[in-house]
Design a protein around this ligand. Structure first.
Ligand code: G3P
Ligand code: MG
Length: 244
């Protein structure tokens, strides 16, 4: 499969410029020149995949308590923009389906991070896989499904095998290579803090592309790109000229 990766991937949309994991964030990411965005998907209480990062409401909206306690109607009633800036008041938590439509319309490629709440790992991965198969059969060259949870990647591998998978890791602990291989991953997505030039080479030698997160310092991004990472996931509209 030929997939056109870009050097930069907008994190949670473009998290430094717009409320994270929102449709407005995707629009602004596209306007800033990004052709890829990353976002986080978890389930509402009634099993609807939605875009949200934390297990608890409150940091990125005016809700409270666990996401898993709220059906979609409860999540949709929240304001997901005013916390960031009053100019974004009225922004809603998007469903995964809305995010797909929005990114499709904006011609944004998607790094779909399966971010299950505890105990919902299997169901989250099953529903995300189903929706990818149903809604995106024509976008297999524009989507990478990633997760920190190997079980989620295993389910994606089984249920949505046409989509590429990315192995997320905070520390690249021993055994990463066997695990990522076993999950048939296309890419490895390490925390940039655990990378050095030798590890970048080792990951490439093992046959994986590298998308590293979350890099907001242009100098650090330039160093990582100098080592050969394929893409840098960033909150910031980094100056492409610095990093070209
Ligand atoms: O997918 C890269 C990055 O988003 C992983 O960490 O916690 O920001 O979802 P987190
Ligand atoms: Mg994420």
């Amino acid at each position: 499969m030929s997939l056109r990766l870009s050097r930069f991937v907008g994190h949670r949309g473009i998290a430094a410029e717009a409320p994270e994991n929102t449709l407005t964030g995707f629009r602004l990411a596209a306007e800033a020149g990004f052709s890829w965005v990353e976002f986080d998907v978890m389930l509402s209480a009634d099993d609807v995949p939605v875009l949200h990062h934390d297990e608890e409401l409150g940091r990125t909206n005016d809700g409270a308590g666990p996401v898993t306690a709220q059906p979609l109607t409860g999540l949709r009633a929240l304001d997901a923009g005013a916390w960031f800036d009053l100019g974004f008041a009225g922004e809603r938590i998007p469903t995964f389906e809305e995010a797909i439509s929005c990114c499709r319309a904006l011609e944004l490629s998607m790094n779909v991070e399966i971010k299950p709440t505890k105990g919902r790992e299997v169901r989250t991965a099953e529903l995300v896989s189903e929706m990818l198969n149903d809604l995106c059969p024509d976008l297999t060259d524009r989507i990478i499904v990633s997760s920190f949870v190997p079980d989620c990647l295993r389910i994606a591998q089984e249920k949505a095998p046409d989509f590429l998978r990315g192995y997320l890791s905070d520390n690249m602990a021993k055994g990463w290579q066997e695990e990522a291989k076993g999950l048939g991953c296309y890419s490895v997505h390490p925390n940039h803090a655990c990378l050095d030039a030798a590890l970048v080479t080792a990951i490439h030698d093992a046959g994986f592309r590298i998308l590293t997160y979350t890099v907001n310092d242009p100098e650090r991004a330039a160093t990582l790109i100098g080592w050969g990472v394929d893409a840098v996931i960033t909150d910031e509209p980094l100056d492409a000229a610095v990093l070209a």
